[in-house]
Design a binder for this molecule. Structure first.
Ligand code: HEC
Length: 452
């Protein structure tokens, strides 16, 4: 009896599989949902993508190119290997989605029957969002250089409050999505008595012309007595298609004062042959709960807590791997990580080894892409027990074969040595950084889902 049941189940499941394989893949039944979820977030009239990918016609026109870019993982831009570690809001296609699209193209990219008028449901635009408590804008829209060159800026967004206030979230809102490429923002808070005027000084500095220290001076960021104010790093990060993370409960609540500055370093505009206007801004959401679990940030490698071995010098015509390691001395819960290299980065791997010799995979990037440096947030908080070692291995390709090599013929490329040297984004320098955002571990953390 029991066996017969299994046999029947087996037959039914086989029939189901056969019917799945046999059915014709068409745009409306199979492809549209994938394209809308994984491509249209950027490939829409207001997005970062250079053309729309929304309708059947949009996709049909470009099947050859689509097949190419999804086969070589160039699109969607998500350098991290999702089989190694899965993250929140990941854009990459699953193996099934990929083969579904490729099959569809191979079989003639059939349209199928449009059953009901599906409208693009862009999560970003249609979600009912709470209204921000405060909006902080630039004094005037920024006009880019129009030189068809990347622009790397440091920008300050000052704001005043009536009293010390808890902040739940600072969300960057890109205006001109075609050119705003990447933003990493920090929060500076001032003691009222130490800073008279937060609006003094320049609002924007080109970091290719000035050192970080010079830029700080020009933006008038220091206290009036030249001492450093309190800076909370990485309070807001943006890349095309990314959304600010809603950490649950009391996690990551910030403490703002009467006088504050959101400091963007870097504000990266993509190249354009035209002078483009951008009026991006920040939405600020206040919190009723106090800042009880304050996120901490530390970094391995360049300017960080661990040294790089061998020293980060990449001779011309070589592909070379470097390592940096740090011991974790207390139980921590990881929230977000950010691997960072410059142009000639080739691959990046990070994992932790516990005292029991277990490996905790953190991130694996096989094909480094300078343009897509996400802050990757774990789906659940990830416990790293005390005594574990975080190990980072980064490989650089300083050969002619690397199309991103800034020099031809290749020259020796070294680590950026200090923050005082001219220009913070010199292509002649390399970096190896692994930034981690974490909390001291509390019982049950590993069950807390991040993001809402
Ligand atoms: C996070 C934003 C984003 C997502 C998601 C995205 N794209 Fe793109 N796409 C871009 C940008 C930006 C470009 C312009 C080239 C570049 O910056 O690398 C681009 C370029 C392209 C190109 C042209 C490539 C070339 O060689 O000129 C194709 C084809 C493409 N995307 C297809 C897709 C497909 C198919 C998907 C979904 C499976 C997708 N993209 C998802 C942002 C995105």
């Amino acid at each position: 009896m029991y066996n017969r049941k299994i046999t029947i189940l087996y037959l039914i499941s086989n029939l189901l599989i056969i019917s799945c394989v046999k059915k014709d893949t068409t745009f409306y039944t199979d492809i549209e949902p994938i394209i809308h979820a994984k491509c249209a977030v950027c490939h829409n009239p207001k997005g970062a993508g250079p053309f729309d990918l929304i309708t059947y016609e949009d996709s049909k026109k470009r099947t050859k190119m689509i097949a190419e870019v999804i086969t070589n993982n160039y699109m969607p831009p998500w350098p991290a290997d999702r089989e190694y570690r899965s993250f929140l809001g990941e854009k990459s296609l699953t193996k099934e989605e990929k083969s579904e699209i490729l099959n569809w193209i191979k079989n003639g990219a059939k349209e199928g029957e449009k059953k009901n008028a599906t409208t693009l449901n862009l999560k970003v635009t249609n979600k009912t969002k709470p209204q921000p408590d405060l909006i902080v804008k630039m004094p005037n829209p920024h006009i880019t250089n129009g030189l068809n060159k990347d622009e790397f800026l440091m920008m300050k967004f000052p704001f005043e409050l009536e009293q010390d206030t808890f902040i739940k979230k600072i969300e960057f809102v890109a205006d001109n999505k075609q050119i705003v490429h990447h933003v990493n923002a920090h929060l500076i808070t001032y003691n009222d008595s130490q800073k008279k005027n937060i609006y003094n000084g320049d609002r924007i500095v080109n970091t290719e012309d000035f050192s970080d220290q010079e830029s700080f001076k020009k933006l008038d960021l220091l206290n009036d007595d030249d001492s450093y104010p309190v800076l909370t790093p990485s309070v807001s990060n943006y890349l095309p298609g990314s959304e600010a993370v809603d950490y649950p409960n009391n996690i990551g609540v910030l403490r703002a004062k009467k006088k504050n500055i959101i400091l963007v370093n870097d504000f990266h505009y993509a190249p354009s042959p035209y002078e483009e206007k951008d009026d991006s801004y920040f939405n600020i959401y206040f919190s009723e709960e106090p800042a009880s679990r304050v996120i901490q940030e530390t970094q391995l490698g360049t300017f960080g807590i661990s040294k790089i071995t061998p020293p980060l010098i990449i001779p011309p015509n070589e592909i070379k791997t470097f390592t940096t390691k740090a011991m974790i001395t207390q139980d921590i819960s990881l929230l977000t990580i950010n691997p960072h290299m410059h142009l000639i980065g080739k691959s990046f791997l990070a994992y932790a080894i516990t005292l029991k010799n277990e490996t905790i995979p953190l991130i694996k990037i096989d094909d480094w892409n300078f343009r897509w440096q996400y802050f990757y947030t774990f789906k659940q908080m990830l416990k790293i027990p005390a005594g574990s070692e975080i190990i980072v291995k980064a490989t650089y390709d300083n050969t002619e074969n690397n199309p991103d090599n800034p020099f031809s013929p290749p020259k020796v490329i070294k680590e950026r040595q200090n923050l005082n040297g001219k220009g913070s984004m010199r292509t002649s320098d390399e970096m190896l950084q692994f930034i981690i955002n974490y909390l001291p571990y509390e019982e049950g953390d590993e069950n807390i889902q991040l993001g809402l």
